[in-house]
Design a protein around this ligand. Structure first.
Ligand code: NAD
Length: 243
């Protein structure tokens, strides 16, 4: 691994437009379970029931039970880890151009990253499907003690601000991410299985536009064969060596 770390250091020293692309593995060391990989949430919860827009419309109580018992307690106490702070350091050095994240936990912003593109929304933001009024996570958690599914003051059903399966990605975020992938000089994937599209197309776009592609993920990914450097290690271990 030492030789690959030295190569990445050299690449960082000559790059000024780095995109860090983070996935669930990046927040694993903040205590938030990934979906896939060892101990992933989908081994416990069926995504076509708990994270699918069509099922949510049919019966939102499954999602809100999951939110109350699993999501809220974990996200509420999660804090940014060394990896989040390492990206803030790189931003201060003028190296980071954008952080593109598939994570919905808001930890990059909490750590202090300023150029964050959230592709899959944010679980801390909840809104009414009828009138669009927004609610905080804490407020909805309290509402859940009284009724399931939680409702807006207008009577509408509340929906998480995350992108569920079957929903399109927020267009503005997707456009910004595509532009960043086309314009960066280095694209580093940190803790993503790279199987969720269209997000997983971004590394290829960057590579096709002559950026160096680095992948750091514990498990192999389908894009390892086009990457310049692959390290199958924990993100925090690699980032702490880099910083
Ligand atoms: P994923 O769950 O599909 O894959 C996570 C990957 O991270 C796995 O391949 C695993 O090997 C790797 N990994 C686990 N711990 C790691 C570590 N410490 N260092 C390096 N790699 C590690 O995650 P994904 O690719 O981001 O999938 C996308 C979906 O997961 C998104 O829709 C995202 O919204 C959602 N998600 C987000 C969170 C979060 O916000 N923290 C948590 C779970 C799932």
């Amino acid at each position: 691994m030492d030789e690959r770390i030295s190569k990445i250091k050299k690449l960082i020293s000559i790059s000024n437009q780095i995109v860090a692309f983070t996935g669930a593995g990046f927040s694993a060391e903040s205590g938030i379970s990934t979906f896939r990989g060892a101990g992933g949430l989908w081994s416990k919860y069926n995504p076509s029931i708990y994270a699918d827009i069509n099922y949510f419309i049919k019966d939102p109580s499954y999602y809100w039970n999951f939110f109350r018992d699993e999501r809220y307690p974990v996200i509420k106490k999660a804090k940014p880890n060394d990896g989040h702070y390492a990206l803030v350091e790189l931003e201060k050095l003028g190296k980071i151009y954008r952080v593109i994240t598939q994570n919905i936990d808001g930890l990059h912003q909490m750590a202090g990253s300023s150029e964050v593109i959230e592709l899959h929304g944010n679980t801390r933001k909840i809104f009414c499907m009828n009138c669009d009024k927004t609610y905080s996570m804490d407020r909805v958690y309290n509402l859940l003690k009284k009724e399931l599914p939680p409702r807006c003051s207008c009577g509408g059903i509340l929906k998480p601000g995350t992108v569920l399966f079957g929903e399109p990605l927020p267009q503005v975020a997707l456009d910004m991410a595509n532009i960043a992938a086309r314009n960066c000089d280095m694209f580093i994937v940190l803790g993503s299985s790279l199987v969720v599209y269209p997000a997983a197309a971004l590394p290829e776009i960057a590579k096709n536009n002559r950026a160096k592609l680095i992948i750091v993920n514990i498990d192999p990914t389908p894009l390892d064969n086009i990457a310049d450097i692959v390290i199958n290690e924990s993100v925090s271990k690699v980032l702490s060596e880099l910083i």
